[in-house]
Write a protein of this length. Structure first.
Length: 149
C-alpha cells in the first residue's frame, strides 16, 4: 500500500491535478490498483456541470495515467522522476458517469515495455461497475527529482 506522501515522492503531480489518493495493490512488475476519492469540492464540478456534476472523462483517463506512472516508475526504479509524457490513448470508452461521493478504483496492467516506453490497459470502476476503460501509452522523459516537491 502507498499513501499520499509516498505517491507524491514518486510522481510530480500536485493539487489540483494530483488525481490519485492511495495505491492499494502493486506487484512492482505488471499490475497496480489506485484509488481516487471523488469529492464535491473538486475544482471542476462547478463548471462540469452545475446541476448534475460529473467527473470529466479526460480526468478519469488522467487519473489512470497517474496510477500507471507510479507503476512505471517502480518498474524502472526512477521514483521522483520529473517528467512523464502521454504518447497515445486508444480505445477510450466511458460507461457511466462518475459523481461526487464516488470512489474510483483505477486498475492498470502493463501490456508492453520497451525501455522507458510503456503500454498499459486501464479500467476505472465505481464499486463493481466499469466507469471507463482505455489503453494508455506513456514515456518517462528526462527529469530529476528536483522537479518533485
Amino acid at each position: 500500500m502507498m499513501d499520499i506522501d509516498e505517491i507524491k515522492r514518486i510522481i510530480p503531480h500536485r493539487y489540483p491535478f494530483l488525481l490519485v489518493d492511495r495505491v492499494t495493490e502493486c506487484d512492482m512488475e505488471s499490475r497496480i490498483v489506485g484509488i481516487k476519492n471523488v469529492t464535491v469540492n473538486e475544482p471542476f464540478f462547478p463548471g462540469h456541470f452545475p446541476k448534475f456534476p460529473i467527473m470529466p472523462g479526460v480526468l478519469i483517463i488522467e487519473a489512470m495515467a497517474q496510477v500507471a506512472c507510479i507503476l512505471a516508475a517502480k518498474i524502472i526504479k526512477k521514483e521522483g522522476h520529473g517528467s512523464v509524457f502521454f504518447t497515445g490513448i486508444d480505445g477510450a470508452k466511458f460507461r457511466q458517469p462518475v459523481r461526487p461521493g464516488d470512489q474510483l478504483r483505477l486498475e492498470l496492467t502493463k501490456i508492453k515495455q520497451r525501455g522507458s516506453l510503456f503500454r498499459f490497459q486501464g479500467s476505472a470502476f465505481v464499486e463493481d461497475k466499469l466507469a471507463a476503460e482505455c489503453t494508455l501509452q506513456a514515456m518517462l522523459g528526462k527529469g530529476t527529482s528536483d522537479s518533485v516537491e
